[in-house]
Design a protein around this ligand. Sequence first.
Ligand code: SF4
Length: 251
Amino acid sequence: MKDLLVANEKCWPYMWKSPTIEIEDDIEAPYIILNPIEGCKPVSEGCFRCFAKKYNQVENLVFYEDLEIPYRINSPKRIYVCTHADLFQKWVSFSFIDALLEVIENTPQHRYYFLTRHVNRMEEYFKRYSEKKKIPSNVELGVSIELDKYCWRADVLRKIDHEYFYVAAEPLLGQLDTINLLNIRWLITAGEFGLNSRSSALMWFEDLRKKCIKTGTHFILKSLGNYLVSQGYKDKHLYNTYYGEVGNGYL
Ligand code: SF4
């Protein structure tokens, strides 16, 4: 099984660029992070090692000035929104999310990625938004799913009147038996990182890959996580069908 993990140089780049207001337009960097809010409370098992937890202990912060950043960058970027918080927690006002959506509408050169565990509130927000106008096509909406009991998050996501959906199955803590990937464009998965990471099984990743092939969902294996690496699996060899055809011979 270890030999089946084939390297692909086009693997998803995961070197985050730190978000600062001084950010320059760097045409070489394909992505940036936008963190206009900080502060989050764990909601499920996948939050256990979230590095946003350290912001829990301070306070909830909003940085309206960060919303200026996308305007200063002309070269197209993938922009990951809120890695220090979950944008759809209750304390984030809909008017703030409106301000963010306005930036997104006005910067069509960029592609924005939202990821949440609070998918009911995301659905509530976009239901209200869709009554007024169409959700911008440069937004991808995603949910985090770490255990089978949270597969319903993908079902709620699909209720939103939009066409660009993804799932982040990380840290993968169990097999996602009941996940429905219909209309999910891509899925990224990873095992847990860090000391004393919770255990995982290769078959959980393999099962997800097979489910992706069935629905035509692009499958990205970001990392097997510390546990499997400690068992001898080579983490630098990753599946990635995002840039190629699903089931394209890597498998
Ligand atoms: S909801 Fe997301 S940002 Fe918040 S603690 Fe959990 S993993 Fe971290």
